[in-house]
Design a protein. Structure first.
Length: 81
């Protein structure tokens, strides 16, 4: 079970990166498109806000998985000590 959660954490981060790269390459919608469309007009605060929001979503998702891992495997903390 610990390996499953390691895989989920890695998959979450890779999915975030893949999503943003896809949105940047074809800017139709999403936060990656906001970054691409804001930069030619010099709207740096909007692009920076999108980057901060993406980082917040990524970190929040990671810690959500950590919390689920602690709930699903309460014995793992006792073994790690």
């Amino acid at each position: 079970m610990p390996q499953v959660f390691v895989g989920l954490k890695l998959a979450l981060t890779m999915a975030m990166i893949g999503t943003v790269v896809a949105q940047i390459s074809t800017p139709n919608s999403g936060l990656g498109a906001v970054i691409v469309t804001a930069m030619p007009y010099g709207n740096t605060p909007l692009a920076f806000a999108a980057i901060v929001l993406l980082a917040t979503i990524g970190v929040g998702g990671f810690y959500l998985l950590v919390g689920l891992e602690k709930l699903a495997m309460p014995w793992a903390r006792a073994i790690a000590r």
